[in-house]
Every structure is written in structure tokens, then in C-alpha cells.
Design a protein around this ligand. Structure first.
Ligand SMILES: Cc1ncc(COP(=O)(O)O)c(C=O)c1O
Length: 367
């Protein structure tokens, strides 16, 4: 049996162990330490944001963002329906209500349906969380303008889109706040971790305070509000610093893998790849496509028999049993994508031969 071909396995730069050794030499495996600062600085430099906060996960970052922006019990928060649950869990943590909005032909949130959702909301939504799905950016011009016009905070879930850009600006720099994820399957990984970014210094100072148990600035332990233990360890930040050094290479390789899949499979009328918006450059975190006729489950099972991991596209939030009662504005788009779509192995360490092998197996299974 061939070695398992994973969807998106970690890909080390080679510097990780050296930096981790430095952490141990300094004995700053805890609490925070120099690598946490370096990791934050590297994100600031790469993305062009002024403030960054290294956290244990992107989910934690979204929770802090909602807290800082004043979203609380009974508030409404608009969100992309076609996403991973980590994008919206924090709405529930805050006892607020999600309003899910369907996708359009971009596969990302539809600005038109967003307008409908704002009209239909029982009261004015406080915030919107958009996901740049699979590393491809949303229609940011329309969304940013709409949020400004309506007075709704914009939070970018850039968990999957580190290194993607729109009009030459990095994803995660368009909203009021944004998160990146360094979870195990992302374009870069710290095994687990996240980063919150924003231009607003006061919000970021508040997020920093809340992320370390909301301890007041006193000698003893004084607390006036509830906080969290959400900071990233210095050991994991050392991995992050090493990973950031190769981000451009990783984006380049993921885009090459996408291009090769497209070259081999793109002629087939059965197959449609996730589009890339004009004026944008996605990181192609995962190569994703839909089949017009073939059932994707058949392909997933066939690939699995050859020890190749592939997955259905995200099941939209408005179809999740957990959110059966939640408000949503949908027109069947993301449901169709979920039923017809697939994520293919896309790791930056995969070879061209691997891509060819996956394509040949898919071609054999097509209706
Ligand atoms: C779109 C999206 N949002 C949020 C998350 C949550 O990130 P984390 O695992 O760092 O909490 C993920 C992935 O894990 C994701 O893909």
C-alpha cells in the first residue's frame, strides 16, 4: 500500500526544531516569551496590520473579537453559512443569535443575500463574520461598503486564507478585526494556534487583557470581569516563526497544485473548480471542485481505497442539526455545493506525480 496521501498535512520549513531548541535553552517554555512577540511581528510585517495577538486558536480569536466589539446576549450576528463550525461557535458562546447567509457563484457569502438578511433581521445585526473559503477571498468591495453603510462590524474569518490577497492587500486587513488559524491542516501550522489582528489599538489591548484571564494591572490578582486563558505558548510560537519564513513558497506551491489539477481535469465538462474573484489571488489552501453528475461520495470512497484522503465540501451551517432553529437566508447554493463537491489532497509537500495519480483515479470513476 502507498503511503497515505493526506488532504493537507503539516509541512515543516526545517527551522522549527532549531527555534524550539532556543526556547528550551532560554527556559521560556512558559509563560510567554520572545517567540510569541516574533510571531506577532512576522504576521504584522507580512499582512501589513498594525496589531496582532497570538492565541491558542482562531476560534478563541473570534470569541475575543465578538467580546471586544460588544456582541452579547440577544444580539444578532450575520455569518457565512458555507463554512466550518469554528467560524460561528463564538456567536453562541456569547449567547447571541446567528443569521446564516448563503453563497453565490463565488462560493463565498452573497452580498445580495446579505442585504436581504439585514432587512429580515428581527433587530439590527451588530456584526458580520465572513469566511474566505478554502483560501479564496469574498466579494470584499461590496461587503465592506455594505457594513460601513449599515453600521455593522465586519470580522474576517481568514482562518483558511493566510497569504491570499484582494487588490494586492492581504485577506484579514479589510474588516474591523480578523483571525488566521494555525490549526494542523492549515497552509501553515503551529500544531494548533491562531492570530487576531486589527488596526484598532484599543480593541487589541482589550483582547490581550481578556486573553490572559482579565487580570487587572495590580500586584495581586484582581478581577473585575470574566476573561479566558487563550494565549499561545512560546514553544508553539517558535514553530510559527519558522513557518512564516516559508509562507510565500507555500502559497506558490498550493497554487501550482491547483493549476495542475485544473490542467488535467479542467477540460471535463463534469467538473467545475472553485472560482477565483477578479483582482484577487487566493492561496488555494485546498483544491475544491464540483461534479455535475457523479456522486462525490463514490470518488471519496474510491480514493480512500488507495489510501488517499479527500472530503466533502463543508456542510452549510443552516443545514446543521445544531442550528435547526437559527435564522437563515438561503437559495440552495451552498447545499448544492455540499452535495456535489469535494476537497482534494492539496498539501504543499505533495508531488506532481501524486496529483496525476489522484486525477487518474477520479477520471476512472466519472459517470
Ligand atoms: C473557516 C474556519 N474558521 C475557523 C476555524 C477554526 O480555527 P481553529 O482551529 O484555529 O480554532 C477553521 C479551522 O480550523 C476554519 O477552517
Amino acid at each position: 500500500m502507498n503511503m497515505r496521501l493526506f488532504l493537507s498535512p503539516p509541512h515543516m520549513s526545517g527551522k522549527e526544531q532549531q527555534y524550539i531548541a532556543e526556547v528550551f535553552q532560554s527556559n521560556y517554555i512558559a509563560p510567554l516569551g520572545a517567540f510569541v512577540n516574533r510571531f506577532e511581528e512576522s504576521i504584522k510585517t507580512y499582512t501589513g496590520t498594525s496589531n496582532a495577538l497570538a492565541l491558542s486558536s482562531a476560534t478563541a480569536g473570534l470569541h475575543l473579537a465578538l467580546r471586544v466589539l460588544g456582541v452579547g446576549a440577544g444580539d444578532y450576528v450575520l455569518a457565512s453559512s458555507f463554512t466550518f463550525i469554528g467560524s460561528v461557535n463564538a456567536i453562541v458562546y456569547q449567547n447571541a443569535h446567528p443569521i446564516f447567509v448563503d453563497s453565490d457563484e463565488s462560493w463565498n457569502i452573497s452580498p445580495e443575500l446579505l442585504k436581504v438578511a439585514i432587512q429580515k433581521a428581527p433587530k439590527k445585526p451588530k456584526a458580520l463574520i465572513i469566511t474566505h473559503l478554502y483560501g479564496q477571498v469574498c466579494k470584499l468591495d461590496e461587503i465592506v461598503a455594505l457594513c460601513k453603510e449599515e453600521g455593522i462590524w465586519l470580522i474576517e474569518d481568514a482562518a483558511e486564507s493566510l497569504g491570499a490577497s484582494y487588490r494586492d492587500r492581504q485577506s484579514g486587513t479589510f474588516g474591523d478585526m480578523a483571525v488566521y488559524s494555525f490549526n494542523g491542516n492549515k497552509i501553515l501550522t503551529t500544531s494548533g494556534g491562531g492570530m487576531l489582528v486589527s488596526e484598532n489599538e484599543a480593541w487589541m489591548a482589550k483582547a490581550r487583557f481578556l486573553s490572559t484571564q482579565a487580570k487587572e494591572d495590580t500586584l495581586h490578582y484582581e478581577h473585575k470581569e470574566i476573561g479566558y486563558n487563550y494565549r499561545l505558548s512560546n514553544v508553539l510560537a517558535a514553530i510559527g516563526v519558522a513557518q512564516m519564513e516559508v509562507l510565500d513558497e507555500r502559497v506558490k506551491r498550493r497554487r501550482e497544485i491547483f493549476a495542475l489539477y485544473k490542467k488535467i481535469l479542467g477540460e471535463n465538462e463534469e467538473i467545475a473548480f472553485m472560482p477565483e474573484l477578479e483582482n484577487s489571488r487566493g492561496n488555494r489552501w485546498l483544491t475544491t471542485l464540483t461534479f455535475a453528475k457523479t456522486n462525490p461520495k463514490k470518488i471519496i470512497h474510491a480514493l480512500e481505497e488507495s489510501n488517499i484522503e479527500s472530503r466533502p465540501l463543508w456542510k452549510p451551517m443552516h443545514l446543521q442539526p445544531l442550528f435547526a432553529e437559527a435564522l437563515c437566508v438561503q437559495d440552495g447554493t451552498s447545499q448544492g455545493l455540499f452535495e456535489q463537491g469535494i476537497c482534494l489532497p492539496s498539501g504543499s509537500s505533495m508531488s506532481g506525480e501524486d496529483v496525476v495519480r489522484v486525477c487518474e483515479m477520479i477520471q476512472k470513476e466519472l459517470v
